[in-house]
Design a protein around this ligand. Structure first.
Ligand SMILES: C[S@@+](CC[C@H](N)C(=O)[O-])C[C@H]1O[C@@H](n2cnc3c(N)ncnc32)[C@H](O)[C@@H]1O
Length: 236
């Protein structure tokens, strides 16, 4: 299965002004730690260029800017309110990931998606289009939610599928005016379930597209996964 769920841009527009503080809060400060780990992974390759797809408020790009002051950094996001939070020194483009991927020829050394791949309607198409915008020898980097493989699985599932939506309805997103079922943390719960079902097929999908050297940078017991893969010059 390569079809997950598309989230409307307006959900992210609505979340934008509270996104960073709330994400940091609901992840018990894990968010900044995971983004910093991702930034260090990327910076260690000393890339000349990085594109961040679904960059949100640009937290990763700001970290990269201080680590790679000479690199070309580009953020892409379809939620204008998210981009309004991006620091002015960071270049960001208002576009869907699909439109950006198919509307230019410049190739990047690194393509990164943090907590945004899970919400793409067609993951295979997203990663295939990105492959064509990465240089041979370049890197794909993914940071996503992950159900821990050990006993932590029970606590994680209770939190993501029950406690978090319950708290959000009463506190975090209680001013949400849309359909209750479409509220941000209901989406998170749903898209994580789909992502979980999809994950076992994911390494094969990456290989089929042409990515190689899949490397896992997190533990099976972690609540996120950080993966990277290398682009080789193969037609797909
Ligand atoms: C959960 S947020 C993650 C933001 C950021 N990457 C981070 O780690 O904090 C998902 C982001 O991806 C963006 N996004 C989701 N689907 C998109 C698409 N098809 N095209 C462009 N942006 C998209 C949303 O607007 C949102 O800002």
């Amino acid at each position: 299965m390569t079809t997950l769920g598309d989230v409307p841009a307006d959900t992210f527009n609505w979340m934008a002004s509270r996104y960073l503080t709330q994400t940091q809060r609901v992840t018990w400060n894990g968010y900044s730690r995971w983004i910093n780990q991702t930034a260090r992974l990327i910076a260690d390759w000393h890339p000349d260029s990085v594109v961040d797809l679904g960059c949100g408020p640009g937290y990763l790009l700001s970290r990269l800017q201080s680590m790679l002051p000479d690199a070309r950094l580009l953020g892409v996001d379809y939620a204008s309110e998210m981009l309004a939070q991006v620091p002015p020194s960071v270049t960001a483009k208002l576009a869907t990931i699909a439109d950006w991927s198919t509307s230019g020829h410049e190739r990047f050394d690194v393509g990164v998606l943090t907590f945004s791949l899970r919400d793409q309607g067609d993951v295979a198409a997203t990663l295939t289009r990105l492959y064509d915008r990465l240089r041979p020898g370049g890197h794909l980097v993914l940071l996503e939610t992950h159900t821990p493989a050990d006993w932590r699985k029970w606590g994680f599932e209770a939190y993501v599928h029950h406690a978090l939506p319950w708290w959000a309805e009463r506190v975090g997103t209680r001013d949400w005016a849309g359909q209750p079922d479409e509220s941000p943390y209901r989406w998170l719960s749903r898209s994580h379930r789909l992502w979980d079902q999809f994950l076992p097929t994911f390494p094969r999908l990456l290989y089929r597209i042409g990515y190689r050297d899949l490397t896992v940078h997190t533990q099976a017991s972690d609540v996120v996964l950080l993966w990277s893969a290398t682009v080789v010059d193969l037609p797909h």
